[in-house]
Design a protein around this ligand. Structure first.
Ligand code: DSN
Length: 478
């Protein structure tokens, strides 16, 4: 049986079974596929997982409770969950060359929370237990416990500022990490838009943080993790790297040497569904000295693991271990460069002037006189899915923004290459040049806009033509 008929049969059967119980959901699953097949997906944090990865999630592994870790569960009957979790962790260690992997986190925020609490357990809790001469927090007397709880709240963190491309979970107040840590941020150079390591070093010496976080969700450049580790060592900080956005580029050996975070960070976190192209979820990698603390992620931070998702992580990691994944990862970066060059050639302004990773940050205020919100909406009308994003020192704030973030992992999965990226750049530029800010009684709107007649329709038709040549899940015919 061919891959096409196997995948088609599997999904037809799946939809029939679901529809017999709740047709609305079967229709929504069909609708989502239809949407994704008819839009150019440029959201830098999204991708298309393989049918094997997707199918691994839809099983009875979901029915099993397995709190604890491999071989040390709080529930009986976990032998097959142990097989799944052990294999996923083994593949994660292999793909990333990491001494230890923990594959239970349900998402990126969970992975980061496991990492923060592992660091706190190692650096704050363990010394308190040692000082009291006890092995467990339950053995501390009330005064020692109160002192330890205060000590948790007194720790400092240094992370990348949000408008420079950092992430809410890197110590910002709306997120629990910002309520837990006293956070200070490093930004980027106002002239070049690039990370300024001398400034990071200066701040690290001033702040003396327990944790330095490196990693980003909207910075279009690579990071020198050897330099970050040197800074962390100078001030006695633990270096944590959140590689959620670029894990696929690490797995695919685009980021090697000083650009590979895994050997330099004490602890590395990631999601599994972005450039890594796995199921929605997270994982943590760490040096041996943090392993025992990371492995207590459940029940320290997490509820019961999701065995069906760990199974899908194993499948996706097995795919990432194949030589063709390296080609894919390099193609992501080639495509991002081609997209950036296509936009620059058409006169657009990009944050940092280009890219050397998987994403491009288009300054739509300077380029087209629009807010990010207007540009995002006009592009969606034209069949191009992006998301608005703040640019450094953004005058329009984090809601309306002045930027649109573009990423190439998904279109690269479809098989598109640099010449298609040039066409995509043209679709974006043509749409945004034809878009104007609407005005209201109190001046130019930050949300409303108009697009010149016919442009949306013509762009949609061109996007559809491109997508027809590079269909999504061609093996699935519903
Ligand atoms: N929401 C993810 C992103 O789009 O970058 C990060 O959490």
């Amino acid at each position: 049986m061919s891959d096409t008929s196997r995948a088609t049969d599997a999904y037809r059967a799946l939809l029939d079974v679901v529809a017999a119980v709740e047709p609305t959901i079967a229709d929504a699953i069909r609708g989502e596929l239809d949407n994704q097949r008819h839009q150019l997906k440029l959201i830098a944090s999204e991708n298309y997982a393989s049918p094997a990865t997707l199918l691994a999630m839809g099983t009875w592994l979901s029915d099993k409770y397995a709190e604890g870790t491999v071989g040390h569960r709080f529930y009986a009957g976990c032998e097959y969950v142990d097989v799944v979790e052990a294999r996923a962790a083994e593949l994660a260690r292999q793909v990333f060359g990491a001494p230890h992997a923990y594959v239970q986190p349900h998402s990126g925020i969970d992975a980061n929370l496991v990492a923060y609490w592992a660091i706190l357990a190692q650096r704050v809790e363990q010394p308190a237990l040692d000082e009291a001469g006890v092995r467990h927090v339950n053995d501390l007397d009330d005064a020692a416990w109160a002192k330890l709880r205060r000590a948790f709240g007194e720790q400092r963190m240094l992370g990348m500022s949000l408008d420079a491309g950092g992430h809410l979970t890197h110590g910002f107040r709306p997120n629990i990490s910002g309520k837990l840590f006293d956070q200070r941020s490093y930004g980027t150079d106002p002239e070049t838009g690039l990370l300024d390591y001398a400034e990071v070093r200066r701040l690290a010496h001033e702040v003396r943080p327990l944790v330095i976080v490196a990693g980003y969700s909207a910075y279009p450049r690579r990071i020198d993790f050897a330099a970050m580790r040197e800074i962390a060592d100078e001030v006695g900080a633990t270096l944590m790297v959140d590689m959620a956005h670029f894990a696929g580029l690490v797995a695919g050996k685009v980021m090697t040497g000083d650009e590979d975070p895994v050997p330099f960070a004490h602890i590395t976190t990631t999601t599994t569904h972005k450039s890594l192209r796995g199921p929605r979820g997270g994982l943590v990698l760490c040096q041996p000295e943090l392993a025992e603390f990371v492995d207590k992620g459940c029940p320290m931070v997490l509820g019961g693991p999701l065995p069906h998702v760990m199974a899908a992580k194993a499948v996706a990691l097995a795919e990432a271990a194949r030589p063709e994944f390296r080609d894919y990862a390099h193609a992501i970066v080639d495509n991002a460069r081609a997209l950036a060059e296509g936009l620059l050639r058409r006169g657009a302004t990009l944050v940092t002037g280009g890219t050397d990773n998987h994403l491009v940050l288009l300054d739509v205020a300077s380029s087209y006189g629009l807010t990010g919100r207007q540009a995002e909406s006009a592009l969606l009308d034209a069949g191009v899915v992006t998301n608005r994003n703040a640019i450094p020192r953004d005058p329009n704030g984090a809601w309306y923004t002045s930027g649109v973030r573009l990423g190439t992992p998904a279109l690269t999965t479809l098989g598109m290459g640099p010449s298609e990226m040039d066409e995509v750049a043209d679709l974006i530029d043509t749409t945004l040049r034809a878009t104007t800010r609407a005005s209201g009684p109190s001046g130019p709107s930050k949300a409303k806009y108009t697009v010149a007649d016919g442009v949306v329709e013509r762009t949609r038709a061109r996007a559809a033509e491109l997508l027809e040549k590079f269909p999504l899940y061609p093996e699935i015919v519903l």
